[in-house]
Design a protein around this ligand. Structure first.
Ligand SMILES: *[C@@H]1O[C@H](CO)[C@@H](O)[C@H](O)[C@H]1NC(C)=O
Ligand SMILES: *[C@@H]1O[C@H](CO)[C@@H](O)[C@H](O)[C@H]1NC(C)=O
Ligand SMILES: *[C@@H]1O[C@H](CO)[C@@H](O)[C@H](O)[C@H]1NC(C)=O
Ligand SMILES: *[C@@H]1O[C@H](CO)[C@@H](O)[C@H](O)[C@H]1NC(C)=O
Ligand SMILES: *[C@@H]1O[C@H](CO)[C@@H](O)[C@H](O)[C@H]1NC(C)=O
Length: 431
């Protein structure tokens, strides 16, 4: 197993010596479109410094997913879940990053992009527990701390107002953050957003905090979308790059201009208790031509319990609640005859011989999305192991949520059209 190297890892690490010699990393974002980099991209400072075996890469991504699912479940349950005990070192990095310029004159931060979060966080001068790249507030002429009397402070959950500033603590994955609510100009691609409200991180614990900050694309009151309502009209799309290709930058397009015309839509569902999550109505799953038998309760949307299906950019591998996953997996296995099933970490449907996999189609209300093999399977470099890149929702958290994760979204344009309450999906090679 040790000699199997994940092709992703090989590509990345052989390129890593060439950082900054790649002209692609220096391309300026144009208009309202930002390049999106995978953390393993040669343009990313967060890629692992030493090569991992394929097995290690997979396990590491799965471990990160555990923390992610814990975070999502805590949103759904509206209570914090006991942090999962992870024996493994988690890479301190988000999955996808975008470039944001903050302050005047602008300071560049490579922030995580997270569509299931309303947060806006930037690590600031003096932060304890942050990485070395922080926003130097003293160097910005437009920086402004927000006091407890500011209207924005009332939208922060449980602010503390010991000093003059509006401070708050939040958890994210297995981390906690202490921040002061602040304002400054943020520039995304070529669009300046003056008076952008964000949490200036003063203290961070744990390893889930994105090292250079986070831009949430959720729908809640303080999210980027809410703050840029007149500029972007709560509309954005992304195309996430596949991490197997060499030049893997995707794009985040903000606002209604330039969005695809030929695209299929399904309604977005709104959970008033969870405004930051993008729920859709997944009504069934087809493996090959067969619609698998899934109990309706496993897919049904319920605003009270938080049950249903969300589209998430931060989880790597799709998770389905146990009855749904089991039905899909069993049909998938049934279609692959004469091969013994093995497991790898959290993946329970792997093969060590070449297989011909059936297609998998998500049946959403009004829209069917058939996944190409690249979105469905992961292969070791040597091709000797292939796994179905999905798993059952974790047992140790409130598992009512089906999460359509980023591996299953790669090389598709995903359009979030909030004013018209719909989500669009179209194939697009964004790598
Ligand atoms: C953040 O808030 C704390 C508590 O109010 C205060 O002591 C600290 O000076 C603030 N830091 C900044 C950079 O505003
Ligand atoms: C927030 O975190 C800071 C720093 O860890 C801590 O001193 C403070 O007591 C926390 N406040 C609340 C309300 O939990
Ligand atoms: C990657 O991008 C560089 C610079 O844009 C280009 O020269 C090179 O051919 C690309 N490589 C691949 C495999 O597409
Ligand atoms: C599956 O495993 C069993 C037991 O190890 C072995 O006898 C059988 O030949 C294997 N089948 C295939 C198709 O490899
Ligand atoms: C999706 O697939 C199902 C089952 O194969 C079919 O009945 C339905 O008409 C399709 N829906 C759309 C919108 O194509």
């Amino acid at each position: 197993m040790k000699i199997l190297l994940f092709s992703v890892a090989i590509l990345c690490f052989s390129l890593s010596q060439g950082l900054n010699q790649n002209p692609k990393c220096e391309i300026q974002d144009q208009g309202s479109t930002l390049q999106v980099f995978h953390i393993y991209s040669p343009c990313s400072p967060f890629r692992p410094s030493k090569p991992l075996s394929w097995e290690e890469s997979v396990l590491q991504m799965q471990t990160k997913d555990q923390a992610r699912l814990q975070y999502l479940s805590s949103l759904v349950a509206k209570k914090s879940v006991v942090p999962i005990a992870s024996g493994r070192q988690i890479i301190q990095s988000p999955t996808y990053i975008i470039k944001a310029e903050i302050g005047t004159p602008p300071q560049t931060m490579l922030t995580a992009m997270d569509n299931s979060n309303d947060a806006a966080w930037i690590p600031c001068t003096g932060c304890v527990g942050c990485s070395s790249t922080v926003f130097d507030i003293a160097r910005s002429t437009t920086f402004k701390p927000l006091g407890c009397q500011s209207p924005e402070c009332k939208q922060v959950p449980n602010p503390t107002c010991g000093g003059a500033s509006c401070s708050f603590n939040v958890t994210y994955g297995s981390s906690t953050i202490a921040a002061n609510l602040s304002q400054d100009t943020i520039t995304l691609a070529t669009d300046p957003v003056p008076g952008y409200t964000f949490g200036c991180i003063q203290k961070a614990t744990g390893s889930s905090v994105p090292p250079q900050g986070l831009i949430g694309l959720g729908r809640g009151p303080l999210s980027l979308l809410s703050q840029t309502q007149s500029l972007y009209q709560s509309t954005f799309s992304y195309c996430l790059p596949n991490f197997r290709s060499v030049n893997f930058s995707g794009s985040l397009r903000l606002g209604p201009i330039g969005q695809p015309m030929r695209i299929k839509f399904t309604p977005l569902l709104k959970n008033p208790r969870r405004p930051s999550l993008y729920y859709v109505n997944l009504v069934g799953i087809r493996v090959g031509r067969k619609i698998v038998d899934i109990p309706p309760a496993a897919l049904g949307f319920d605003a009270t319990t938080g049950a249903g299906t969300i589209i998430d950019s931060g989880t790597v591998f799709t998770r389905l609640v146990a009855p749904a996953y089991t039905a899909v997996r069993d049909e998938f296995r049934r279609r692959i005859k004469n091969a013994n099933v093995t497991s790898l970490g959290g993946f329970d449907t792997c093969y060590s011989v070449p297989i011909v996999a059936p297609t998998l189609t998500f049946l959403f209300a009004g829209m069917n999305v058939t996944l190409p093999p690249d979105n469905l399977l992961i292969h070791s470099t040597a091709g000797s192991i292939t796994c179905l890149a999905m798993a059952s929702a974790p047992e140790n958290v409130n598992s009512v949520l089906n999460v359509i994760a980023n591996m299953q979204q790669q090389n598709h344009r995903i359009l979030f059209d909030v004013p018209n309450s719909r989500l669009g999906v179209a194939r697009e090679l964004c790598t």
